[in-house]
Design a protein around this ligand. Structure first.
Ligand code: FAD
Length: 262
């Protein structure tokens, strides 16, 4: 089974700084972590590997220091890692990011299942996984909280919903995005950490993945963040009092009618 885990390096949430001119993240001098949901994605890949064998390849697109995120994945148990890094990728929105990742996956010999976190904790869109699947023209299932069964050509999963879960059967190759309920990520071992230090991580550029330059980075990104700001704290508000729920509802109704809101 050839498993691919997509890994994003993200700033530690408390340290996020935005360049006010470009509205992009200032990554220099900011400590970074692996997107926490991607650790759950790796855990699921390793569970499948434990049962069925095969190979786990982690791919990340980011600046050269995103290599650290990949080394962390190798320390936990991934077999191989590839970093996609090129100035041409800078400023990518989710469309350009998913195109770039899909082009890299196409360069792999074979893949059966791609696993992503449900979302990244910085951009937070949850669009990259489904975007990659669309570029590869394969099925995708989001918010997976359990892989019930996987065979050579199909997968059955539980997809978390507000009321419970759906059971979904899909052909392979496919892409899933996982939630924390999938299972607690394992810790890196000493052997894994030593191996991770020595493993060579290839760095692929736009040329290596044979990408169309116009679909990369800012030029391939229809979405551009115009402004990022914290909402202003609002004071005031009104508390409608009452002895019981029905009295409060009556008081609210009187108040709304008095203001001609209804
Ligand atoms: P998500 O789609 O939330 O990530 C889901 C999963 O996809 C991750 O768990 C991971 O498995 C995989 N993944 C995501 N990115 C990578 C990567 N670089 N390498 C490997 N795997 C990856 N872009 C827009 O198009 N629209 C916006 O409105 C938008 N708003 C943004 C707001 C902020 C504050 C920031 C910092 C960025 C924003 N971006 C936006 C850009 C967006 O963060 C990038 O396009 C990013 O590469 C992917 O989107 P995401 O972080 O939302 O990832």
């Amino acid at each position: 089974m050839n498993l691919v885990v997509l890994v994003k390096q993200v700033p530690e949430t408390t340290n996020i700084k935005i360049n006010p001119e470009t509205n992009t993240l200032i990554r220099e001098g900011v400590s970074s972590i692996v997107n926490p949901f991607d650790m759950y994605a790796l855990e699921q890949a390793l569970k499948i590997q434990d049962e069925h064998g095969g190979k786990v390849t982690c791919i990340s697109m980011g600046p050269p220091h995103a290599e650290a995120a990949l080394r962390e994945m190798l320390a936990v148990g991934a077999n191989e890692a590839i970093l996609l890094s090129d100035k041409a990728f800078a400023g990518s929105d989710t469309l350009a990011t998913s195109y770039t990742l899909a082009k890299a996956i196409m360069k792999l010999d074979k893949f059966d299942l791609i696993i992503c976190g449900k979302q990244a904790i910085d951009g937070d869109t949850a669009q990259v996984g489904p975007g990659v699947a669309e570029h590869l023209d394969i099925p995708h299932i989001t918010y997976v909280n359990k892989v019930e069964e996987i065979t050579n050509n199909q997968i059955r999963v539980h997809r978390m919903t507000e009321e419970g879960y759906d059971v979904i059967l899909s052909s392979l190759p496919a892409l899933i995005t996982v939630v924390k309920e999938i299972g607690e990520p394992r810790m890196p071992s000493i052997k894994g950490t030593l191996r991770a230090r020595k493993t060579k991580i290839p760095m692929w550029t736009a040329k290596d993945i044979e990408a169309n330059e116009r679909m990369l980075g800012l030029s391939g990104s229809p979405t551009q963040v115009i402004r990022i700001f914290s909402p202003e704290a609002r004071s005031g508000g009104e508390i409608i009092q009452g002895e019981s729920a029905s009295e409060m509802a009556d008081n609210l109704l009187t108040r709304l009618m008095a203001s001609h809101i209804i």
